[in-house]
Unconditional design. Structure first.
Length: 307
């Protein structure tokens, strides 16, 4: 009798989890379909001449799907009509929905809704809340708050970036460069490289590497000689190597000599991939690192890395 009860309980539990899984999968499928429909409707509205029909959302689920659709479209478009996005957000009450959702969500969910806020809003009414969130101990939350702050107050981008008390991470830099590509941030490269703020220097160097701006090589050389932040110096050397510039400067040689062995090996791999010859590497690095670079250049790893 006990075994029969045990078997029945196990079968009931298995049936419950199977049914719950099917329900979750069905809801996700319906949500994905709803989001794709909104993407089609918003895309059609952006391409329509005259007064286009605008999509509508009334429930919480529909508004979340519409926000994801708008974020996807804006993130993958250049020179999109921001007034149309704001109009869609206004008639569907998306901004109040985001603010109310931020109050009762986990940090991961709040991070997503902060990105949504940066997508649809161009006002500074939420600056205080965003600045407060940028002080959060949760790295994802403060990063998304920073991106939202830059989107809602693009003219204050340099001041915002220079005042943050945490180091910019690759996630932050990637999103900022995406905003630059879309023309959403008015940033000039020279002030970033000439600033005493390490975060602005790191961002400027990433922009230089992304767009291959070799016209600012003088400012990059200055960073290798004058910046007190070793992170900035190392990034400047990496940027010069990416631009195929000469590394035969006293300040660069000093930093190469003080690098740890893993750092020098990482730089060797980068220089090898950028096409520096073994002779040039031998004149820059000590014997162990130059021998390592020669083996790396001659090995199949270089072919795989290029592939």
């Amino acid at each position: 009798m006990i075994y029969i009860i045990y078997i029945v309980a196990v079968l009931a539990l298995a049936f419950y989890y199977a049914a719950a899984t099917l329900i979750i999968l069905r809801r996700r499928k319906l949500f994905t379909r709803l989001r794709l429909n909104y993407i089609r409707e918003v895309s059609a509205a952006t391409l329509c001449n005259g007064q286009p029909p605008l999509p509508r959302a009334t429930t919480s689920r529909e508004r979340t799907a519409m926000l994801e659709a708008l974020h996807t479209i804006v993130s993958h478009s250049y020179d999109i009509d921001s007034s149309l996005i704001r109009q869609i957000a206004r008639i569907n009450h998306l901004e109040p929905f985001i603010i109310s959702s931020l109050k009762r969500r986990s940090p991961l969910k709040r991070s997503k809704y902060l990105l949504f806020l940066g997508t649809i809003s161009t006002t500074e009414r939420h600056s205080t809340m965003l600045e407060r969130t940028m002080q959060s101990a949760h790295p994802g939350l403060r990063s998304c708050a920073l991106i939202a702050r830059l989107c809602t107050s693009p003219r204050e981008a340099v001041a915002t970036l220079s005042q943050i008390d945490f180091d910019l991470q690759p996630f932050d830099i990637m999103h900022i460069i995406m905003l630059l590509r879309r023309g959403a941030l008015p940033l000039a490269i020279e002030p970033l490289l000439e600033s005493p703020c390490p975060n602005l220097n790191i961002l400027g160097l990433a922009i230089v590497r992304t767009f291959s701006l070799d016209i600012v090589s003088r400012q990059i050389y200055d960073l290798t000689a004058q910046s007190p932040d070793l992170r900035v110096v190392d990034d400047a050397i990496l940027t010069l190597a990416t631009l195929k510039c000469s590394l035969h400067r006293h300040s660069i040689r000093q930093r190469l000599a003080s690098m740890s062995t893993p750092q020098r090996k990482a730089l060797c791999r980068h220089l090898s991939l950028e096409g520096y010859s073994p002779q040039r590497l031998q004149s820059l690095l000590a014997q162990p690192e130059s021998d390592y670079a020669k083996r790396f250049i001659a090995s199949y790893k270089r072919e795989l890395a290029h592939t």
